[in-house]
Design a protein around this ligand. Sequence first.
Ligand code: SF4
Length: 216
Amino acid sequence: MIPFSDLRTAAYCPRKLYYERRSDRNPPPAVAERRDLAYRYEELVDAPDAAFAGLPTEVPPERYRRNLRRARDRFDDWAAVADPPRRDVFLSGKDCRGIAHKVVEDPPRPSLVSPGSPPENGVWEPHAVHAVAAAKALAWERERPVERAYVEYPTHGVIREVGLTTRKKADYRTAVRTVETLDGPPPRLQNREKCDPCEYSDECGVKTRTLRSLLS
Ligand code: SF4
């Protein structure tokens, strides 16, 4: 049974998954603090600027409120996402298992909370793969289709919907195959956007932006 986190990492970089499996790194405490924002939307959506002091938000209060209000106007599930009936739900499907940070009902949908920043549109590919895995596991448990999921970026007050399209399901299956066949270190990526922030870049030996600037 494949953990959701392995799929997410495989979608980011198969070689990173290889390193992750050999290390015992735990997420820093800042990750939990950032995720906690996802349970404070009702409080923050109309909060004054002063209420944001000391919070790990990444955008100014005005923009944060605007992002949350947009989500409130857009999603019928807003109330359940803001105050979920079920939190940190362990899901176990046919191929994968792991935690969905929230599960909303009628119809059932999982929601995943990222501590990072959102892309301009949609969600990052590893998050889409994670969302498909969680939706499939929920569907397996409930014995009914689950066609959508949410990915939240609470440091920005952004909530995005992920539909289980043919393309996203294909990306999911590719990630499953990558995890199942991982045996030895896969080739390095040549991708600055992914390698520069990667915590294994030293071990991996790729030239990150910092190293490149020292060498140039
Ligand atoms: S530095 Fe790049 S190639 Fe190496 S593990 Fe990280 S993302 Fe993958």
